[in-house]
Ligand binder design. Structure first.
Ligand code: BEZ
Length: 211
């Protein structure tokens, strides 16, 4: 069965462009984003890896380690990284896992045989400090991912892990959030001293509590 939210992210040891990595140990107490690429030296992947390199400081700010995986060897990745750096005007600054035997791809169900027998789809897994899967997204090979969306989800997940809130559609860091329905008005007075707007009894909006 496919991995689901709340499952423990499978641990693995793999060779990467930054040496051997044990996944859980590498994440430490922080968050992780594991994202797959169909193949080295392919155009969409090249732009994605460059984009993530440019966003590395944003992931660092969120105490989040990024790891890419592609079904080619580390040797191939190293050659490809030179191309990525040159064409995308950046320096790849995070590990790319070599996965020629599909160990990681199979553990995470990144190969969808009815799409391709050999290439991975574009999977994204966000893993929390408890090593549990907090988000899965699957994009087709032909669509480059929106990594601002991954950062946005991290902001939402990290906020709701600290406060009894959820975030509305298209929410961005700094905007009002929703008080969880598990918190009644009496408890909300203490938890959300800035007050709230009751749109409906089940929809109470409050300023983002950590701003
Ligand atoms: C790409 O990265 O451009 C790509 C890779 C595999 C299939 C289609 C596109």
């Amino acid at each position: 069965m496919a991995l689901q939210l709340g499952d423990v992210a499978p641990d693995f040891t793999a060779e990467t462009t930054e040496g051997t990595i044990d996944f859980h140990e590498y994440l430490g107490d922080g968050w992780g984003v594991l994202f797959s690429h169909p193949k080295d030296f392919t155009p969409v992947c090249t732009t994605e890896l460059g984009t993530v390199a440019k966003l590395k400081a944003e992931f660092d700010k969120r105490n989040t380690k990024v790891l890419a995986v592609s079904v080619d060897s580390v040797e191939s990745h190293n050659d490809w990284v030179s191309d990525i750096n040159e064409t995308q005007g950046t320096t790849v600054n995070y590990p790319i896992i070599g996965d020629p035997d599909h160990k990681v791809a199979d553990l995470y169900g990144m190969i969808h045989p009815n799409a391709s027998d050999t290439l991975t789809v574009r999977s994204v897994f966000i893993v929390g400090p408890d090593k549990k899967i907090k988000l899965t997204i699957t994009y087709p090979a032909s669509t480059g991912r929106n990594f601002q969306e991954i950062l946005r989800v991290l902001d939402s997940l990290q906020l709701s892990s600290q406060y009894s809130v959820a975030t509305p559609a298209d929410w961005k860091d700094g905007e009002d959030v929703i008080i969880a329905n598990s918190v009644d008005d009496e408890a909300a007075k203490e938890k959300f001293p800035k007050g709230w707007n009751t749109v409906r009894p089940y929809l109470r909006l409050t300023p983002q509590p950590n701003k």
